[in-house]
Design a protein. Structure first.
Lengths: 516, 385
């Protein structure tokens, strides 16, 4: 491998030397009396030449010896050159620019430069990439550089180099290499293919198999991750809903709009920060928005409980309708007041993502939501099982009358719990600003799924909600790639109905002597 | 049965025929006889719009049966309405024939979507009787399957409401897709004729209006017959205390399934009448929000009152059609406010208010102490206590 690489480099530099010598000799004939100028200057002069061989020789020389400082001058030449020359200069400029980018402090820029160079199809950039790779600190940029070098080697004339490069691509699991490899396989399949072409084709075919099997794996991992991420969103949403349902037997149809309140609270906090604080403190809006969103949603929930739900105690269906009415009002109020164009900019640390394996890329905002859902579950567990209010909530959930007899102020417990559940919706809204736009329909997108989670999970046990949201979120993302999102939803509805045949009151129903 | 109830039934019967006469005779006459500029003239547009509201009234009757009388909140009635409307719409689509924009036998949207051959499930709808029967049978069959599984496993109350809401969402998603060959987001529209009569002719629309009134009347009598039958009493008992019904040796699931299927049939019938009168049916009419709006019709009119259901459907839709004209931004506020207000303050709806007003007026009379709530409603309150 190393030997063949060395050989290529040697061959290339020899070729370049010959070319540059050639152009030098042409120039020398015309300019004997002129003072000696550097070969770069000379090549620059010839780049715009009408003679194609002269021009391409000059371009080669410039690729070999030039750097990014030439770009402005080339730009100038392009401005008043003919179309064919402009077309010839353009790739040269791109290469030079990308070469400069290989030294950029930003790893994403370095990486995209390496990718661009790899797809340039110009083998003379291999030394640049090799040189840059030695000093590269980021693993994935190094990977991309290696991938690009290998891709460029596929354009070589030597079948053994090509076969080695194909094998290397397979080893790297490079999706970018598949089209070229397929061409090689096709070239080996035709009747008049030479023995060498056939060997290359075999290597390429083996590489494709390897790449594709890795692609399937990485897809599976990403699907799993997306499923967990959707499940986490559903979980944060459903937790508040499920606790209130368990306690009061009430489904709050305005839960989605309380989420929307949380999201708009985040948006308002962001606007406040942009207006009143220096821009380097901008990222702080996000942590500040957490309590703001929680309190805004909890406050709205408290009001909702005190003005509407309180009076409908014992009439769950009426409560559903009334809270649906509230949700309509809230949605329209947001639409009228905020309009449709509101977006929250993710704070710096949550932008982008990290690559964990070849082809597996995990965005930070999704990881953040997964972590948040874990924190929420732990927090709720603590609140329900270790705190005084939690004890009362559990008591009222189990037997309202008995708890009242024992002196628990059940109405107060209802009220606080409802506010707490609404606050959780606010947190869900806060988190959702990281993965989507803030718009009045925000709550509607997920709310039916969240209801399904509550129905499937059953009431009274946190575990039911967790398992159900994992199941529904996971199924959703599992089915989506093959059947599409719509049929995924159909499938889930059917599954939930069939599941309820088996467990009519959800996964972890509380046992009791109840005729229902 | 007390004398008071029998008395009420008789006056209810008279009101039924009186309203029937107004809808069936007076309104068409107002449309035909007075000159166009007369104050008494009822325009073709108004009559057509009113026909649409009455079609919604049929749906409200079914919803009242299942929600008002049996206490099952179905948030998926829009689906059955949509199935009925699409069955009729498919027939109307096929009768357009070569009059379509592209001048082919295929419906226009299939030409856009480059569907070469008419899908198999469209073919029976060339026949008008199939479309009419289908638009009632298809929703019934669907409700039968869905209801069988739902009621068998004793899904009830909030759970049932949520499941039917999910059904509405899913149906909306499916009807919106282009690959189901149901017109996608644009739905079915651009109808030209029904059994040879031009839909653009006022006389056709007048006949459609009369058919709607007749269907509404028949549905009303049908629902009344159900409620007064033994089965109707079991339905009310299921609402008031399902447990006791079980212990009395009945199987509530069968009764629930029956009423769910009947409600679906009425919704399908409403959809069938809706499609030719409005001239378009899109997924927007069958989603989560429209299905919920249907519930509010019944709530506004008055639950557990058939006349209330029709009254609610007509008045809410009339209000909507007027208000969205003048204040489009305000309508969601009003609708949402209606949900809250009706549920909180007027649980018996318009009919309940009318009864209350009546009893206030007759308080001076010696027998003014009659209960304001109907007998079955009083039983609920008794049971709750």
């Amino acid at each position: 491998m190393m030997i063949s690489l060395g050989r290529t480099v040697a061959a290339l530099s020899l070729a370049l030397f010959l070319f540059s010598g050639h152009s030098w000799s042409i120039a020398a004939e015309g300019a004997i009396t002129a003072p000696p100028i550097s070969s770069i200057e000379q090549a620059l002069g010839q780049v715009a030449s009408e003679d194609e061989s002269v021009r391409s020789a000059a371009i080669r020389l410039l690729i070999e010896q030039g750097d990014v400082s030439l770009v402005p001058r080339l730009e100038e030449m392009r401005a008043n050159a003919s179309r064919s020359i402009r077309q010839a200069i353009k790739p040269l400029m791109d290469l030079l620019k990308n070469r400069a980018k290989l030294a950029s402090p930003d790893s994403d820029v370095r990486r995209s430069a390496a990718t661009d160079l790899g797809s340039s199809g110009n083998p003379s950039v291999i030394p640049w990439l090799d040189a840059a790779r030695v000093n590269e600190s980021n693993k994935w940029v190094r990977y991309t550089m290696e991938e690009s070098v290998t891709l460029l080697k596929l354009a070589s004339d030597d079948p053994s180099i090509i076969a080695a490069a194909a094998e290397k691509l397979g080893e790297l699991g490079s999706q970018n290499g598949v089209p070229v490899l397929k061409q090689l396989v096709a070239a080996g399949a035709v009747a008049e293919a030479t023995e060498q072409q056939k060997t290359v084709a075999m290597a390429a075919a083996a590489a494709i198999v390897r790449i594709e099997s890795w692609g399937a794996w990485s897809n599976a991992i990403e699907t799993l991750f997306r499923g967990i991420s959707l499940s986490s969103i559903l979980l944060i949403m459903s937790l508040g809903l499920a606790i209130v349902f368990g306690l009061m037997g009430v489904i709050n149809m305005a839960h989605g709009e309380l989420m929307m309140v949380g999201a708009y609270a985040t948006f308002v906090t962001q606007q406040f920060f942009t207006a009143w604080f220096p821009s380097d403190m901008f990222d702080w809006y996000f942590p500040v928005a957490l309590p703001v969103a929680f309190l805004a949603a909890a406050g709205s929930g408290f009001l909702l409980e005190a003005t509407v739900i309180r009076f409908l105690y014992g009439r769950p269906l009426e409560t559903m309708l009334a809270t649906w009415g509230v949700s309509l009002v809230l949605m329209q109020a947001a639409r009228v007041y905020f309009g449709d164009l509101t977006a929250v900019v993710a704070p710096g640390p949550l932008r982008g993502g990290m690559q964990v394996l070849v082809g597996v890329y995990l965005p930070y905002n999704r990881i953040f939501i997964i972590a948040l859902s874990i924190i929420c579950v732990l927090g709720i567990y603590f609140a329900l099982f270790k705190s005084n209010l939690g004890l009362r909530v559990r008591a009222v959930t189990q037997n309202r009358n008995m708890s009242a007899c024992l002196g628990i102020p059940t109405r107060k417990v209802d009220s606080y719990t409802f506010a707490f559940g609404s606050g959780l919706a606010g947190i869900a809204g806060w988190a959702l600003t990281m993965v989507g736009n803030v718009d009045p329909g925000l709550g509607q997108n997920y709310i039916v799924d969240a209801f399904m989670v509550v129905v499937t999970g059953g009431v009274g046990k946190l575990a039911g909600t967790i398992v159900a949201s994992l199941g529904i979120g996971g199924l959703n993302k599992l089915i989506e790639p093959s059947f599409g999102a719509v049929y995924g939803k159909v499938f889930i509805l059917v599954m939930v109905i069939l599941f309820l045949q088996w467990r009519p009151s959800g996964l972890f129903a509380m046992k009791g002597r109840n005729a229902d | 049965m007390s004398d008071g109830t029998a008395d009420k039934n008789r006056s209810g019967g008279m009101a039924f025929w009186a309203v029937g006469a107004i809808l069936l005779v007076v309104m068409p006459l107002l449309n035909i006889l007075p000159p166009e500029d007369s104050w008494f003239h009822l325009s073709d547009f108004s009559l057509n719009r009113f026909g649409k509201f009455l079609a919604f009234g049929i749906l409200a009757l079914g919803l009242d049966l299942i929600w008002g009388y049996t206490g099952i909140l179905s948030l998926g009635q829009g689906v059955f309405f949509g199935l009925g409307a699409y069955c009729m719409g498919m027939h109307l689509m096929l009768t357009i024939g070569k009059e379509s924009v592209y001048g082919t036998e295929m419906p226009d949207f299939m030409v856009w979507n480059q569907v070469k051959e008419l899908p198999l499930f469209w073919k029976p709808f060339y026949s008008f009787p199939v479309a009419v029967i289908g638009s009632i049978l298809v929703p019934m069959a669907f409700a039968l399957v869905f209801g069988f599984f739902a009621f068998r496993s004793r899904i009830k109350g909030v759970y049932f409401a949520i499941i039917t809401q999910a059904l509405a969402l899913v149906a909306w998603l499916v009807f919106n897709r282009n690959d189901t060959n149901l017109g996608g987001t644009n739905g079915l529209t651009d109808f030209k004729q029904v059994i040879g009569y031009r839909l653009s002719e006022p006389s056709t629309q007048l006949v459609l209006y009369i058919i709607t009134v007749l269907c509404l009347g028949a549905s009303y009598l049908f629902c009344q017959w159900i409620i007064r039958s033994r089965a109707g009493r079991v339905l009310v008992a299921v609402r008031d205390s399902e447990k006791r019904v079980v212990f009395s040796g009945y199987t509530p699931a069968n009764y629930k399934l029956f009423v769910f299927v009947v409600a679906a049939a009425l919704a399908g019938l409403a959809g069938m009448l809706y499609a030719p009168q409005v001239g378009i049916i899109t997924p927007a009419q069958i989603g989560v929000l429209p299905s919920l709006e249907m519930v509010i019709w019944v709530a506004v009119g008055g639950r557990a009152s058939l006349a209330g259901a029709v009254l609610g459907a007509v008045s809410v839709n009339y209000g909507r059609s007027v208000l969205t004209n003048y204040f489009p931004e305000l309508w969601p506020f009003i609708l949402g406010g209606l949900f809250v207000l009706v549920v909180l303050l007027f649980p018996d709806g318009l009919i309940g208010m009318m009864r209350k007003a009546k009893s206030l007026l007759s308080r001076s009379k010696p027998d003014g102490g009659k209960p304001v709530v109907p007998a079955e409603k009083a039983a609920v309150l008794e049971g709750k206590r």
